[in-house]
Design a protein around this ligand. Structure first.
Ligand code: CUK
Ligand code: CUA
Length: 765
């Protein structure tokens, strides 16, 4: 597209700049120059302006995307599409120390199955906790499709706290989704299997293989799932798939679709047609409707059977009590998305061009009138499809998932085969717009799109293939998340974000302001259990305690030293480094790594974490802080000395090469005085301002005060040494005094700059 001057003016106006004043990125470039050089159109500039976030800027929404095979959750901002964090959930991740510290190893171990360690997961569907159907930003849940598990992440610190293993399933898919008040988290099985752990031949598939839906009870106060209060509703051996909970009028019900209701079992190697043929013979499959509130009451009333110690309501009981129904849906369906008002459920058939809108009201009418079309082989009443439908609409080839807009009746459906998003009106059954995406979209996500109050604005298309979108990086391509502006009548593609870590499935996005993450823990905190850490330590109370061959190090970390700095043990000992980060300052994380022992901790301010080391080999093993935390970060080090059994202890250090004199000590004192003058002038400036009105500055002042307290402590030590004319130690402690001053001055200057940049006022002279 050729750019006219008029277009340029329009583009420049969008960017809030004036051409007359000379639109310059630097002294030479005008906006026009840059557009020409980079081959950008006016539309590109508009898209850029809609996503570009200047330094220090924040995003309006925070997305939690499934990390697929990486077993993690990817956190990013919308509209900037900047990745903020990977939350490790089912997979070890060394940066966060996940699977490397003893506390998180316990979390991962909750996910072991059949005495087997499982260190990967296939994350599909994250869900944010809800209050009255609205996202409350407190917790995040997700499933692992590969191994039937659900994880709980606390959003106050974005850490995984719990993993529960499904006691009766062998796989899952339709989880995690929550009830409007997060009483339950749903997990539907995928591939039928015996609910027990026995071997059952495939010839008994119809009789002994089963599906099911598990309702995990969530305790909001504890922030944990309670397995003993959770239960499963047994289902026929159909492959249960995606699920959703009702809301409003449909609150109390859950909906789970299924495929392969043919109950076909493949066997291509024996000459039988494969699963894909056998599982798509019929024109329809079923979605399962469960009255979960009533099911919970029945379980409480003792109507469940125990399988593997877990409550299971049988199909017979569920049918007898009228809490389980089947509704036909187009074959091989995929999505199951309840409307914000809870009146409709939208299902898309992968092998059909239609999206089907079911009416909850009609369905309830049929159930009340006992107007059934028949029964399945397990005696479950089947409703009439036509009578249950509000409408069907052809939306494209291979429709999968549907998300709701803030505008009434407007939805977006992902169209896998056509590589498109279709915008349509589900009340009237009208297609409104189509947009090409790149390529083969799976899930899609609108802002708070599965809550009772979707926020509209943006849509993210999570594509299975990237093909030619990015610079090639070998045969394995990144995934492609595409940001789409849905604020107008026509959808507009804004941005492509490569995700180089696992395949995206579902994602959820929440208004950023709803999230209230902490910036530090209470000092000595076990973050995985959210209790005071048994082995926490305080400054000056660091110690090493031996208990047989177990050695417990109660250590601390603070800019820029590790206490203790020398740990001596014997070969064969087990050493537990319990490290507490004493910092209170924002973002002052320290790492703790012991060389050659597969140990790394991420110790955020206040946290206590434990590195366990089995000292198999005698030797010298440096340990160090593995986060560049301060100017003397590299000096944040120590030695683990592993002596052969029976060797005499000697941690005295080498003979000192440098001998300091009184003159050296005096020189240090002069430096200290000069530095103190700088500090005083900075403190004078800060306290003359209304600095208490600026939260970040208050935090910085607190941190600087801490450093000055440490400085005072070091001062006492050098003065005491000087009194004894121990110039060696006097000079070294004086240098330590200076180190603390430098940290305080550095923090003070940051506070001063912040005040100057944010227009503080003078309140006293
Ligand atoms: S599934 Cu992957 S695209 Cu697991 Cu929700 Cu549909
Ligand atoms: Cu602490 Cu580097």
């Amino acid at each position: 597209m050729k750019l006219s001057f008029k277009n340029m003016v329009a583009a420049a106006t969008v960017l809030g700049v004036s051409l007359a004043a000379g639109v310059s990125a630097n002294a030479q470039d005008t906006l026009q120059d840059v557009m020409k050089k980079r081959g950008l159109t006016e539309k590109d500039i508009l898209s850029a302006a809609k996503t570009y976030t200047p330094t220090g800027g924040r995003d309006e929404f925070i997305a939690f995307a499934s990390g697929g095979q990486s077993g993690q959750i990817i956190v990013y901002g919308i509209p900037s599409m900047r990745i903020l964090k990977y939350i490790s959930v089912f997979t070890p991740e060394p940066w966060q120390g996940y699977g490397f510290d003893e506390e998180s190893k316990k979390v991962l171990a909750m996910g072991n199955m059949n005495d087997q360690e499982i260190t990967w997961g296939d994350v599909h569907h994250p869900a944010i906790s809800e209050t009255n159907g609205e996202y409350d930003g407190r917790y995040l849940f997700t499933n692992d499709k590969a191994n039937p598990r659900i994880a709980v992440i606390d959003l106050h610190d974005f850490e995984t706290k719990q993993i529960v293993v499904n006691p009766v399933f062998k796989s899952n898919h339709g989880g995690a989704f929550v009830t409007p008040n997060t009483d339950y988290v749903i997990e539907a099985a995928q591939y039928p299997a015996p609910l027990t752990n026995e071997y059952v031949p495939l010839s008994q598939f119809n009789e002994k293989y089963r599906g099911g839906v598990t309702y995990w009870k969530f305790d909001r106060k504890k922030g944990r799932i309670i397995p003993e209060e959770s239960f499963t509703v047994e289902m026929p051996p159909y492959s249960q798939d995606l699920s959703d909970f009702g809301k409003g009028p449909s609150d109390g019900w859950s909906f789970t679709n299924s495929f392969c209701t043919e109950r076909y079992v493949g066997g291509i190697e024996n000459g039988r047609p494969p699963f894909e043929a056998g599982c798509s013979q019929k024109d329809t499959d079923f979605f399962h409707m469960v009255n979960w509130k009533k099911a919970a009451e029945l379980v409480k009333a003792g109507k469940a059977n125990k399988i593997n110690g877990h409550d299971v309501l049988s199909i017979d009981t569920a049918v007898k009590e009228g809490i389980l129904y089947l509704v036909p849906e187009p074959k091989s369906p995929h999505g199951m998305d309840v409307s914000p008002d809870g009146k409709f459920m939208i299902v898309a058939g992968k092998l059909d061009t239609h999206a089907s809108v079911y009416s909850f009201e009609k369905i309830m009418g049929l159930i009340k009138a006992k107007d059934f079309a028949g029964k399945d082989p397990y005696g479950i009443p089947i409703l009439d499809m036509k009578k249950s439908l509000h409408l069907q609409l052809s939306v494209g080839l291979g429709p999968l998932h549907t998300q709701y807009d803030s505008k009434p009746c407007i939805v977006y459906t992902s169209i896998y085969v056509d590589s498109q998003v279709t915008k349509w009106n589900y009340c009237e059954g009208k297609v409104l717009d189509k947009l090409n995406i790149h390529y083969n979209i799976g899930h899609l996500m609108t802002m708070e799109g599965d809550s009772v109050k979707p926020k509209g604005k943006y849509l993210v298309s999570m594509n299975k293939l990237a093909i030619d979108r990015f610079n090639p990086v070998g045969p394995l391509h990144p995934q492609n998340h595409q940001l789409i502006d849905i604020s107008g009548d026509k959808m507009q593609l804004l941005y492509d974000m490569p995700i180089p870590l696992g395949e995206p499935h579902y994602a959820v996005a929440i208004a950023a302001e709803t999230l209230k993450p902490i910036i530090r823990y209470k000092v000595g905190w076990n973050s995985r259990e959210d209790v005071k850490h048994e082995y926490r330590s305080r400054p000056g109370r660091e110690k090493v305690v031996r208990d047989g061959t177990n050695v417990h190090v109660y250590g601390t970390l603070i800019r820029s030293h590790i206490t203790p700095e020398i740990v001596e043990v014997e070969q064969g000992d087990t050493v537990y480094f319990h490290m507490t980060n004493l910092e209170r300052a924002q973002d002052q994380t320290h790492g703790f790594a012991v060389d050659m022992h597969n140990a790394n901790l991420s110790v955020e301010p206040g946290k206590t974490a434990t590195a366990k080391i089995v000292a198999k080999n005698a030797g010298v093993f440096p340990y160090f802080c593995s986060e560049f935390c301060s100017a003397l970060h590299l000096e944040m080090q120590g030695y683990l000395l592993v002596k052969p059994k029976g060797t005499k202890s000697d941690a005295s250090g080498p003979s000192v090469g440098t001998k300091y004199t009184e003159a050296d000590y005096k020189g240090e004192l002069a430096t200290i005085k000069g530095t103190q003058d700088v500090i005083n002038s900075v403190v004078g400036f800060i306290t003359s301002q209304n600095y208490t009105d600026f939260k970040p500055v208050v935090a910085l002042v607190e941190d600087a005060t801490d450093q000055l307290n440490f400085a005072a402590d070091a001062e006492k030590k050098h003065k005491a040494a000087a009194e004894k004319k121990d110039w060696q130690n006097a000079t070294l402690w004086a240098q330590q005094h200076f180190q603390y001053q430098v940290k305080a001055a550095d923090i003070g200057l940051r506070a001063k700059t912040y005040l100057e940049e944010h227009g503080s006022k003078t309140v006293k002279k």
